[in-house]
Design a protein around this ligand. Structure first.
Ligand SMILES: Nc1ncnc2c1ncn2[C@@H]1O[C@H](COP(=O)(O)OP(=O)(O)OP(=O)(O)O)[C@@H](O)[C@H]1O
Ligand SMILES: [Mg+2]
Length: 421
């Protein structure tokens, strides 16, 4: 088994304090002038930017609008503009149409105008910085947005849990995380919460020395620096808090043992996929009550239906103000098995169906044995579209919309397409 990890040395990482690093966010800058591009690039030598993926592009506001018509937006957009002040709000409004939820915008302008500043902040721009300025000013502005004590946690948490043991929630979680990492080009963290039998390490062909058990057991000693050392890199844009896969720890944790870990990872990584074991205990229930999205993975049979129904009812009553759980049907079309139809299943449990994945023993067996994702074993397989659709839904980004933008389809024809689907 190959081992790729960003941990160094064999000593277990110790907690330490230190200045706040910025989270693993993606930043894209659109610059009108080459000096501005150089200034933005020079921020990378600031240690707070060590985990930030930054790219600079030519073109200012128009360039950005053109680019994001057909592409997902990063966590932070920095846009230089030479437009006269009265035209900036209007151009930004146009850009806003293409911004994904959660994207922050910093405008770099050449006019020191307090009225414009107020207008932009009111319109949702996070900061307006007047050029010329120093790299430190830019980094501090980014740090205020993403790393200050009162900054909103950036990490969106998405939990996958099976309705019955073995229905495939881990497989769907890992492949959907992969689809997200590739399509959005954002950092994703997979947290394998199945301490004893978790397969995230195996499925990504990794055997990292540290992982989720070290994070949970560190309790109050855990801080962002220590956590960072426990996270290993599994693939491009995919990070892992792997389960030890040993029987040293039992899974009878306290109800709130995972809470601090989840809160901390939310402050360092934009997308967090939790691979939750098929258990019903205090810490699973508590975790489910706090997540942004919950995906229940079920096979289309009666036991899965019964379990999915009780899970959905309990989750809905536990978190009445949060989004309802979502359903993925897996191992659909298992030869000779009588199955409940997808529509009947989804209607019975009153839960939106966001994907159906067919049973394919050869494909999934090969992927599992090789420690590869389905897209790596068979890039052109239609099953990958299901993973992309699941990823789009749980991250709040709609591929349909992106494609509609690219082809210039308006809202009304988009609604018609949705009705047809
Ligand atoms: N669509 C599919 N077709 C064929 N095999 C599949 C499919 N999905 C998953 N599998 C296989 O089923 C087995 C169980 O999958 P997985 O470990 O993802 O289940 P799980 O729901 O996470 O289990 P647990 O509830 O124990 O956590 C694995 O060997 C996996 O490769
Ligand atoms: Mg599992």
């Amino acid at each position: 088994m190959s081992e790729t990890t960003n941990n160094s040395g064999s000593q277990a990482p110790q907690a330490s304090s230190g200045t706040r690093l910025l989270p693993r966010i993606t930043v894209q800058a659109f610059c009108e002038k080459s000096q501005t591009a150089q200034l933005v690039e020079s921020t990378l030598s600031d240690r707070r930017m060590a985990k930030v993926a930054l790219t600079t592009h030519n073109g200012g506001l128009e360039g950005a609008i053109e680019t994001y018509r057909a592409n997902p937006t990063p966590n932070l957009l920095m846009i230089e503009t030479l437009l006269p002040p009265e035209r900036i709000p209007e151009a930004l409004e146009q850009l806003a149409e293409y911004c994904d939820p959660g994207t922050r915008v910093i405008v770099l302008g050449h006019v020191n105008d307090v009225v414009l500043y107020r207008q932009l902040i009111r319109a949702g721009v996070s900061e307006y910085i007047v050029l010329p300025t120093e790299a430190d000013t830019l980094v501090s502005a980014i740090a205020d947005l993403f790393a200050s004590e009162d900054a909103e946690p950036i990490g969106r948490t998405i939990g996958f849990v099976s309705a019955k043991g073995g229905s495939g929630s881990s497989t769907i979680a890992h492949n959907s995380a992969w689809a997200t990492a590739q399509s959005l080009q954002q950092q994703v963290l997979i947290v394998d919460m199945d301490m004893a039998f978790g397969t995230a390490g195996l499925n990504f062909n990794q055997d990292p020395p540290y992982g989720i058990a070290d994070a949970v057991l560190a309790k109050e000693k855990l801080d962002a620096v220590m956590l960072d050392r426990l996270i290993s890199k599994a693939a491009s844009n995919i990070n892992l808090l792997a389960a030890p896969g040993t029987l040293e720890e039992t899974c009878d944790f306290n109800e709130d043992d995972f809470e601090q870990v989840i809160e901390l990872v939310q402050s360092t990584i934009p997308l967090i996929v939790l691979d939750i074991p098929h258990l019903w205990c205090g810490w699973v229930r508590r975790t489910l009550s706090t997540l942004d999205e919950i995906v229940i993975v079920a096979e289309p049979d009666l036991a899965n239906l019964r379990n999915a129904k009780t899970m959905v009812d309990t989750i809905k009553s536990m978190r009445p103000n949060e989004p309802d759980p979502l359903l993925v049907l897996n191992r659909v079309g298992l030869p000779k098995r009588p199955e409940i139809s997808a529509t009947e299943f989804a209607t019975a449990i009153e839960c939106p169906l966001i994907g159906q994945v067919p049973f394919d023993a050869a494909l999934f067996g090969t992927a599992a044995n090789n420690g590869q994702m389905i897209a790596e074993v068979s890039a052109s397989n239609k099953i990958n579209e299901a993973f992309l659709a699941i990823s789009d839904r749980v991250t709040g980004r709609s591929r349909l919309q992106t494609e509609a933008r690219a082809s210039g389809i308006g809202l009304s024809s988009l609604m018609k397409m949705l009705k047809r689907a």
